[in-house]
Ligand binder design. Sequence first.
Ligand SMILES: Cc1cc2nc3c(=O)[nH]c(=O)nc-3n(C[C@H](O)[C@H](O)[C@H](O)COP(=O)(O)O)c2cc1C
Length: 329
Amino acid sequence: MKTRITELFNIRHPIIQGGMHYVGYAELASAVSNAGGLGIITALTQPTPEDLAKEIARCREMTDQPFGVNLTFLPAFTAPPYPEYIDAIIAGGVRIVETAGRNPQEHLPRLQEAGVMVIHKCTSVRHALKAESIGCDAVSVDGFECGGHPGEDDIPNMILLPRAAEELSIPFVSSGGMANGRSLVASLALGADGMNMGTRFIATQEAPVHENVKRTLVAATELDTRLIMRPIRNTERVLNNAAVEEILNIERRRQEAGEALQISDIRHLVAGSENRKVLQQGQMDAGAWSCGMVAGLIHDIPTCKELLDSIMEEAEALIRGRLSGMLEG
Ligand SMILES: Cc1cc2nc3c(=O)[nH]c(=O)nc-3n(C[C@H](O)[C@H](O)[C@H](O)COP(=O)(O)O)c2cc1C
């Protein structure tokens, strides 16, 4: 398939694996890229810029296809050494960066002077337009369905994507709730040039997470996610579990008492260490972990190649069969 995204990133299929903390290691990124999509390593999962340099080198040993690095700009009070992470990206010869979180503007000149293309992930049309105006090459438009941080506007992709198509000139991919050939065809129909997936890629053979996590995703339905941290405007969509129920109880109690929620109230349940216990040790109730409503569409644990091949076959069959068939007679 040829779209503005396959052309821009020089990939076979218009499918991107979004950055995922404690999931986006070289094993997954290289498997997605080898399967014809764009795999992405998550920079901040690597404790230091030196570790990121090693992870990029490891990924390059596993694939000769293009892959990217996700740089998530966290709220201002936590300040990883972003310039050093960017040095590692540039020195590692990576040509595509997915930015997310805060506005990436201050870092764009460095990246662009080094010939790095930037796709910025955002959850609103106004932020997408901002990304276009500051010179990003593409955007990833993340709807309310998405796993992780959907923002505070709560606009699902059925509205958000065609709104983005009305306003944007640069290419964009859909993100949030995408899983299969239907998702891809729908994304293209709604104006996107491809799709980005997070949760679906966790339930693949190559995803370097505990088997319990993959099995839990297969068992979960679209009813099983919850939104936490709404009161502090840092909303995160996570899979429900004992830790999430405790977080929601703490949030409710604070609200009933007319008090503002403090991050310190729930830190022990949302900390990276607890996230890791779930994803890497399979302790499924240890803490909150990002997961999209798309869990309801995940029924198997294929290899990345099987997944991408099946998406492309299903998309082609839908376009040539179901859709064009409707125009005949
Ligand atoms: C476990 C998990 C961790 C994530 N971590 C990050 C992250 O560190 N940075 C980021 O920009 N997005 C992160 N995301 C969001 C994904 O990149 C992607 O935008 C999102 O998963 C798309 O929605 P979907 O899960 O419905 O496919 C994460 C998502 C999941 C499920």
